[in-house]
Design a protein around this ligand. Structure first.
Ligand code: NAD
Ligand code: ZN
Length: 351
């Protein structure tokens, strides 16, 4: 096994992150190295199972692609299928797919027999640069996004840039939304780099994509290592997400997660500007870059503002019923105390 590009230290151990074109050709060897002696089961959505070969001699459990599968129903079915297979405490899972698969299979791993190890093998850009890192797993429930879940760190995260060749364009763009988020919360230089590299990224230039992954993963890993269980600073990774999660719920997942994040980043920066918390011009700069990436930056037509505000009532950052947002001070900086209280009226004004 080659050296990881990065190793994340967490409460119960370390998680190596490998990024390399062609890595999945050696997945059987990597799985043996990271999960020695374990019986493996792969979990993937139908689409990924059809286009990404694993070369593993292991059963593959599948489910329909899309956010609606990140549900208790799919969790229950997959868990029952593992029990039918007779998987025991010596078992382990391989989460092969986008962020939906990583969150769902990760939560199956967190809860199966009170927890078995798993590998994150992200195949979407969004999952590579964000969702596969940090050990958050979970499900959506009727009351909202990600409201049931667990922290469960993977044994390793394995990224093969070549699998991005089959990723649909719209899904490549949603990955860029989370990359812009990382730049906004932590790195103004990276923001400028993204502006100058957008066309190369959209053209899937492998070397440029690799540079993007290295920077994004490093930013996320640094935040996670500082605050694994989100008692404070990790909330900055939620920039744009208070609005995004509410939009996803209010549209019944009519938007992709990354599209909702793009809109959320712009509207939340505008909120920050109106509150005097965020430097003037920040939301316009974010909107420019996201538009260049082919992402939406305004409220979609036909969405009820009241529904969006109502959906925020279940946001995990709320404290004593008061909404809290993680708002940038300027491009590249969110500062302590990491989240600020905001009234529902102020939120309604930016929607
Ligand atoms: N746990 C975390 O920290 C974290 C962070 C960010 C996002 N998320 C979650 O991630 C989810 C979004 O992830 P996503 O955008 O990857 O969605 P996704 O998993 O639904 O994948 C998007 C689509 O791309 C397809 N796909 C993936 N890889 C492919 C490939 N290589 N070739 C062809 N098709 C491929 C999938 O089948 C799916 O249709 C949301 O549920 C979000 O809440 C979690
Ligand atoms: Zn996200």
């Amino acid at each position: 096994v080659s050296t990881p590009v990065l190793t994340i230290r967490h409460a119960t151990g370390t998680c190596p992150v490998h990024i390399q074109a062609g890595l999945l050709e050696t997945l059987p060897d990597l799985a043996r190295a990271f999960l020695p002696g374990r019986r493996l089961v792969v979990i993937a959505d139908h689409q990924v199972a059809a286009v990404v070969p694993t070369r593993l001699d292991a059963p593959v459990l599948t489910f329909p692609a899309g956010e609606r599968s990140k549900s208790r129903e799919t969790w229950a079915r997959l868990t029952d299928e593992l029990l039918t297979l007779g998987l025991g405490r010596d078992g382990a899972l391989v989460a092969l797919g986008g962020g939906v698969t990583g969150d769902l299979a990760g939560f199956v791993a967190a809860t199966f027999l009170r927890g078995i190890p798993y590998l994150q093998v992200p195949t979407s850009l969004l999952a590579m640069l964000d969702a596969s890192i940090g050990g958050k797993t979970g499900l959506d429930v009727p009351a909202g996004k990600n409201l049931v879940g667990a922290f469960h760190q993977p044994a390793a995260v394995l990224m093969d840039l070549r699998v991005l060749r089959t990723l649909p364009d719209a899904e490549l763009r949603t990955g860029l939304a989370e990359a812009v988020k990382h730049a906004v919360i932590a790195d103004a230089e990276h923001f400028a780099w993204l502006r100058s590299r957008t066309s190369r990224l959209l053209a899937r230039d492998e070397a440029t994509l690799e540079m993007l992954l290295l920077r994004s993963v490093a930013i996320k890993a640094e935040v996670v290592a500082a605050d694994e269980r989100e008692t404070g600073r990790r909330a900055v990774l939620n920039a744009g997400h208070t609005v995004a999660h509410a939009l996803e719920a209010a549209t019944n997942f009519g938007l992709r997660h990354g599209e909702a994040v793009a809109i959320g980043l712009v509207l939340e920066a505008r909120l920050g500007e109106q509150l005097g918390h965020t430097a003037a011009g920040t939301s316009a700069a974010i909107a420019d870059l996201l538009t260049q990436c082919g992402l939406p930056v305004t409220m979609p037509r036909g969405v009820s503002r009241a529904d969006v505000v109502a959906a925020m009532a279940t946001d995990k950052k709320n404290r004593s019923g008061v909404l809290h947002f993680s708002l940038p001070a300027r491009i590249g900086a969110i500062t302590a105390p990491w989240t600020v209280p905001v009234t529902a009226q102020a939120v309604a004004a930016i929607l």
